[in-house]
Design a protein around this ligand. Sequence first.
Ligand code: AMP
Ligand code: ZN
Length: 488
Amino acid sequence: MKAEAAQLSIYNSLTGTKETFIPLNEGFVGFYVCGPTVYSNVHLGNCRTFISFDLVYRYLNHLGYKVRYVRNITDVGHLVDDADQGEDKIAKKARLEQLEPMEIVQQYTIDFHDVMNQFNAIAPDIEPTATGHIIEQIELIKAILDNGFAYESNGSIYFDVEKYNESHPYGELSGRKIEDLLTNTRELDGQNEKRAPLDFALWKNASDEHLMKWPSPWGIGFPGWHLECSAMSTKYLGKQFDIHGGGMDLKFPHHECEIAQGTAGCGIAPVRHWMHTNMLTLNGKKMSKSTGNSLLPAELFSGENDLLEKAYDPMVVRFFMMQAHYRSTLDFTSEALNASEKGYAKLIEAMDSLMSLTSSDSSSADVEGLVAKFYEAMNDDFNAPILVSHLFDAVKFINSTKDGKATISAADLSLLQTEMKVFVRDILGLAKSSESGESRLDPVMDLILDLRQEARANKDWSTSDKIRDGLAGAGIVVKDSKEGTSWN
Ligand code: AMP
Ligand code: ZN
């Protein structure tokens, strides 16, 4: 463990305060993030949330924690109204496209993974699906029933919110009072299976034409959306675990219901630290698929959207996201993205310069103090924008040193080289987009250029031309100069 780990504080949405992070089991962190409902392409707003938690995961790892990171795929149970009414989002898409629900799930899971890869987000350690955990969900419902916090009605099982609220405060996470919730809840058609309007479905009875359904002790049906996260987090992280994340819009009812289900089924509040990310907005409004106010990552990477002047590198978009704290809203504009593009180029250029700086006897800046500030920023509830501002202090110093207006000692140079790499590459996750490909290509190119050199030395022009033309066909340009041969 790094000594800095002791200083990490995390804002807990449940208590509304920043708390020193002390995991349940020393050295280990159980971390659950609500994943996407895979019925459409993820938009940039969804990506903001997942990239924010990627930053959390990366920093916890860097501090030396052994993190078990679980992020689910919602492939059943999420209904069109985000509560108990309407068609399943995936089944609806399957009906419209005349496909199997699992074809929809497969298509959009692949898209999600592809987008996350482009953003250089690390895959979770476990990515469980709701349909793969029907048995666990049924078992959890049985426990909640046994403990007296749910009831059966017409082949469906509902959570008894008022009963639960007698012994546990329902609404504590979202700051809602049950009395207010009661007055604000309309009795909707088809809700008459419930004893009270606030009750929510754990299991729903399915009609014959329903596409995704399973047998249960209560008949053929399907699980409620909130239940899957409770069942899967309990299975992989235990009845209580360290950190649960999701977007702010999931606080109510989704996470409130998760707390109620976990507490009612397992006798303990499931989560110690709740983390919620704020929304990415477009035109000042929440980016959202259903309102059409959204932008797809693929549109950004290709520039094919009227809102955009051009295409952007995924790393520029990731850097743009890092310039706002995860608990603040972030508004998307092409001007802001253009500014990020310039800033990102400046940062990467300085990183390259740093690797070839020469040292002097002493430093004209406090490098150790600067590096300490990198940690301070991240330890203060993962404050990436403050970290970025300190990184730019380093950029300024690097550029001055390069221009001979400042000096750096050998020890400080090595420290800054190591820590800049750690914070920019490992923690902020800003790798050159082609970096992984390039580094694998490097030794191959060395070999090919060696062979070409040999051919030239032997005046075997046809082989050397063949190599150059073949590389050109693959988009690789070879240049010969006095300094030697380079490729691009
Ligand atoms: P969904 O697939 O709708 O369940 O959403 C996946 C994740 O994206 C959830 O954690 C949402 O809270 C989050 N999310 C949705 N819209 C936005 C947005 N505009 N900005 C940030 N996060 C969002
Ligand atoms: Zn969830």
